[in-house]
Design a binder for this molecule. Structure first.
Ligand code: ZN
Length: 284
């Protein structure tokens, strides 16, 4: 484990674009057929152990298992699937409104105790149901999505310039696995959060595949996803970025977003100014 941690720490200091995207994928021919040698988007190891999975669109994709615990797909995440049909299927999810309500009930009172301001950014929200709930609680809300939505930002969180805007709450609802560079997205969220701000994140847990009877029951396979990280690794990445973990657990129930997913609340520490600390000393 020490060796793995050394590799992770060293490699996480470099961005994916520097180490991975600039390198073409190497294809080799084997006796059994095609074999891709690709690099893990999280630890940059070369991987060759793959599974062929047929997703819910009947599309066959090769998924690679890395020594670090990540599972990732060949090629980059597809964005052309975000269309009217995608929105329709999203809205047809079982008990969509109940799940949103449960999410609000479970987490928002805690989040509102942990941070002072009320500026919220929902990343990849698809339908602004959670945004509307937070607006009703008095939050100043903003959302960004690749799908056009009236009144919200249409764009890619990874490349969009937010300028000097900062937030007390940023939500990644099932989007971390869709970034080509998930570590870069976490670092960007950290920069965009105000001190004491919270990153609210749910994402498929790579380890959950082994808790199920068959990989196909994992249910998250699809070309919009790029990489699944496990809970232990994700906590490590968040801590390396500077976050403190408020809570972290694996949800296997259907009443929340979503089954087989890690739920994490991570907080950007409060950075206290020297003069405030001096003031404390005087008061003390
Ligand atoms: Zn890896």
């Amino acid at each position: 484990m020490e060796l793995l941690e050394d590799i992770m720490t060293e490699n996480m200091q470099e961005t994916l674009s520097e180490k991975l995207l600039d390198q073409p994928l190497a294809e080799t021919k084997t006796e059994s057929g095609r074999q891709w040698l690709v690099k893990c988007p999280i630890c940059y190891r070369t991987c060759y152990q793959s599974w062929e999975i047929t997703d819910w669109r009947k599309e066959k994709l090769d998924w690679f298992l890395c020594y670090c615990g990540s599972i990732f797909r060949e090629g980059l995440a597809r964005t052309d699937i975000y269309n009217d049909e995608y929105i329709k299927q999203y809205k047809e999810q079982k008990q969509l409104n109940t799940r949103i309500e449960y999410l609000e009930r479970l987490y928002l009172s805690l989040i509102e105790e942990l941070t002072y301001g009320r500026r919220f950014l929902d990343v990849g929200f698809t339908v602004p149901l959670f945004l509307e709930r937070l607006k009703n609680r008095g939050w100043l809300t903003q959302g960004i999505d690749l799908l056009p939505n009236n009144g919200y930002i249409t764009g890619d969180f990874a490349t969009y310039d937010f300028g000097i805007q900062r937030y007390e709450l940023i939500r990644f609802n099932d989007v971390l696995s869709c970034f080509n560079d998930p570590v870069g997205a976490i670092r960007k969220a950290y920069k965009l959060l105000a001190p004491t701000g919270i990153l609210m994140l749910n994402t498929p847990d790579a380890k959950a595949i082994y808790l199920l009877q068959h990989p196909i029951e994992f249910g998250h396979w699809g070309s919009q996803h790029r990489v699944f990280i496990n809970q232990c690794q994700l906590r490590k990445i968040l801590k390396e970025t500077g976050f403190e973990i408020v809570l972290s657990w694996l949800n296997m129930a259907e009443r929340l977003f979503s089954t087989n997913e890690i739920h994490i609340l991570a907080q950007k520490p409060e950075i206290r100014k020297e003069r405030e600390i001096e003031g404390d000393k005087k008061d003390g």
